[in-house]
Design a protein around this ligand. Structure first.
Ligand SMILES: Cc1cc2nc3c(=O)[nH]c(=O)nc-3n(C[C@H](O)[C@H](O)[C@H](O)COP(=O)(O)O)c2cc1C
Length: 389
């Protein structure tokens, strides 16, 4: 979309449907249906939020979205992807996270936090350091060595990556307790929404998918067995989270093309999540290293919306759509066509954190300027009047 505030006037504005209409989920009202997707920035220190997070979340919160996600936060040190992952494994992390939730609220948006464990994708370099497994060079350069990673089965993520040991039942129980404490801390930090991360090849996804899970005990085997641990943790989250606040689960709707976890599996999982009271299924995809012929899901605008649409229609659960949605028209169409109930935006918001507020003004949404902080809107409105547009 154009970056010019004035190229669209109310007269030429397309119909934005429900995009900027409030939405109520349990006791929470979102001011619109645009969501800042969870985006890890690998800039925490020992799991603590830093000034980086304050300005990053501040910018996004001031941009007009209805809901702002704090990036995936690790339930224990083993569950970090990198040394820079945000943490929620210590009570001392709560203050920094609370500050982020407070900032989001101060701009009129609702706040969510994604609770995660990296599984066999842990002990990695930050993306801009290569994204590969940590090794001697990382110790020499930054004093950042690898740690032992956890997974349902002893399968390495990729060639050259650490092969994890199969988690014992005792280790599974310990991780469940780490999730419990993490949800408790998220609540103390004041978040409106908790999301369990079950996507992108991390621990919960590894339990779900036959590509990651070859266990023969009650947490493996058929789909029911593979869903057992993620469902148990999702149910625990729902039980602990206040009745009037929503719970989300992010899934990889498919692993790839004709391989592993598929859309039928996601429909079954979403139905089970709905039955335990999960409000929104957040429909992403992928995360495992696949043979080229199986990973050819075309990356076109809205490429994951067909997954969200089928899950929504077949289970009746609310869904969040995400993936290469870059214009107001695309976001509005996704809602109008019944493909999802909320639209999450990732990279377009890194490009332009004011995207929601800008789209609202450009498209003539009533009261659009209220999405801009007074400190900015006073000047921008004045310029609009002075320029005759
Ligand atoms: C910098 C960055 C970090 C991300 N971190 C996370 C994360 O912490 N958790 C998650 O579920 N997805 C993460 N994602 C995926 C996004 O939430 C989103 O699903 C993806 O970028 C597709 O949406 P987009 O095309 O609008 O960017 C990340 C994406 C980016 C670009």
């Amino acid at each position: 979309m154009t970056q010019n505030l004035h190229t669209l006037t109310p007269q030429t504005a397309p119909d934005l449907g429900t995009l900027f209409e409030p939405m109520r989920i349990r006791g929470l009202t979102l001011r619109n249906r645009i969501v800042v997707s969870p985006m890890a920035t690998y800039s925490a220190v020992d799991g603590y939020a830093t000034d980086w997070h304050v300005q990053h979340i501040g910018k996004l919160a001031a941009g007009g979205a209805g809901l702002v996600f704090i990036e995936q936060s690790s339930v224990n040190t083993q569950g970090r992807i990198t040394h820079g992952c945000l943490g929620i494994w210590d009570d001392d992390h709560i203050a920094g996270l609370k500050r982020l939730a407070d900032i989001v609220r101060s701009f009129g948006a609702a706040s969510a936090i994604q609770i995660a464990h990296s599984g066999r994708k842990g002990a990695s370099q930050r993306p801009w350091e290569g994204g590969g497994p940590l090794g001697d060079a990382d110790i020499a350069a930054r004093g950042e060595g690898p740690w032992d990673i956890a997974a349902p089965s002893a399968i390495a993520f990729d060639q050259g990556c650490q092969t994890p040991a199969e988690m014992t039942i005792e280790q599974i129980e310990a991780v469940v307790e780490d999730y419990r404490l993490a949800f408790e801390r998220a609540l103390k930090a004041g978040f409106d929404i908790a999301e369990l991360h079950c996507a992108h090849g991390y621990l919960m996804h590894s339990f779900l998918s036959p590509l990651g899970n070859q266990r023969t005990d009650e947490y493996g085997g058929d789909r029911e067995g593979r869903m057992r641990l993620p469902l148990r943790i999702a149910a625990m989250m729902r039980d602990m989270w206040p009745e009037d606040r929503p719970c989300f689960v992010r899934i990889s709707s498919v692993d790839g093309v004709d391989i592993g976890w598929g859309l039928d599996d996601s429909v079954a999982f979403a139905a089970a999540l709905k039955a335990i009271g999960i409000d929104v299924v957040d429909c992403s995809s992928g995360g495992f290293k696949l043979p080229a012929q199986n990973s050819l899901v075309a990356r076109t605008p809205g490429f994951q919306l067909p997954f969200s649409e089928r899950i929504r229609k077949e289970t009746g659960v609310l869904t969040m759509g995400v993936g290469l949605i870059r214009t107001g028209e695309q976001a509005a169409a996704a809602l109008a066509e019944g493909r999802c109930d909320l639209v999450a935006i990732g990279r377009e918001l890194l490009w332009n954190p004011n995207w929601p507020a800008q789209v609202a003004v450009e498209m003539g949404v009533p009261d659009a300027w209220k999405l801009w902080p007074d400190q900015y809107n006073w000047w921008l409105r004045r310029r609009q009047v002075q320029q005759g547009r």
